[in-house]
Design a protein around this ligand. Structure first.
Ligand SMILES: Nc1nc2c(ncn2[C@@H]2O[C@H](COP(=O)(O)OP(=O)(O)OP(=O)(O)O)[C@@H](O)[C@H]2O)c(=O)[nH]1
Ligand SMILES: [Zn+2]
Length: 185
């Protein structure tokens, strides 16, 4: 736990009109610092760490889809959560990635301050880089707390973002197959 971050949380308590000496809040700066560091632990990770060499030779050149990967991130404008799911697909060219590693790549980028569009692109580019795939597609659907709890206060809007690389960009058939398989068409 970072003592510097904890001391800043203590200032936040004062800033919102609280008394950091009241019993219920005594450990809050340390707890909040620890929680925030966890939510931002993607900064300390590299693709090499998260994939741990789990690439396996395979002759399959059929689309692989990992759908409904739950996702918790923080928007870089308000540092409030956005919550949703990611659907990731790629077309292998001789090597497939360990299944859990796709979700680990999503988490590595989600646990940073983000906007949804950049998060979507970073995941797609990372999967492309790791697998050298013939194509990568990522769709993210999320609800933004900064739009729900405050500001415009819309409770039901969902933001959908997508990035299509390679075959998913070039071939509408491939793209349609993916969208159909994740239930978007
Ligand atoms: N495109 C995009 N916008 C986002 C994302 N997360 C938050 N935002 C938006 O970032 C914008 C920041 O706008 P500002 O006008 O600078 O901030 P604000 O006064 O707090 O805006 P309101 O949220 O409208 O009250 C808002 O429209 C947010 O909805 C995201 O992931 N992608
Ligand atoms: Zn926001």
């Amino acid at each position: 736990m970072s003592p510097l971050l904890a001391s800043h949380y203590r200032e936040i308590l004062v800033g919102v009109g609280e008394n950091p000496e009241r019993e219920g809040l005594l450990d809050t700066p340390q707890r909040a610092a620890k929680a925030m560091q966890y939510l931002c632990n993607g900064y300390g990770m590299s693709l090499e760490d998260v994939t741990n060499g789990a690439l396996f030779e395979s002759q399959s050149d059929e689309m692989v889809i990992v759908s409904d990967i739950e996702l918790y991130s923080l928007c870089e404008h308000h540092m409030l959560p956005f919550i949703g799911k990611a659907h990731v697909a790629y077309i292998p060219t001789g090597r497939v990635l360990g299944l859990s590693k796709v979700a680990r790549v999503v988490d590595m980028f989600a646990r940073r301050l983000q906007i949804q569009e950049n998060l979507t692109r970073q995941i797609a580019q990372a999967i492309q880089q790791i697998t050298d795939a013939a194509g990568v597609a990522v769709v993210i659907e999320a609800r933004h707390m900064c739009m729900m709890m405050r500001g415009v206060e819309k409770q039901n809007s969902i933001m959908t973002s997508s990035v299509m690389l390679g075959a998913f960009r070039d071939s509408s058939t491939t793209r349609q197959e993916f969208l159909q398989l994740i239930g978007r068409r």
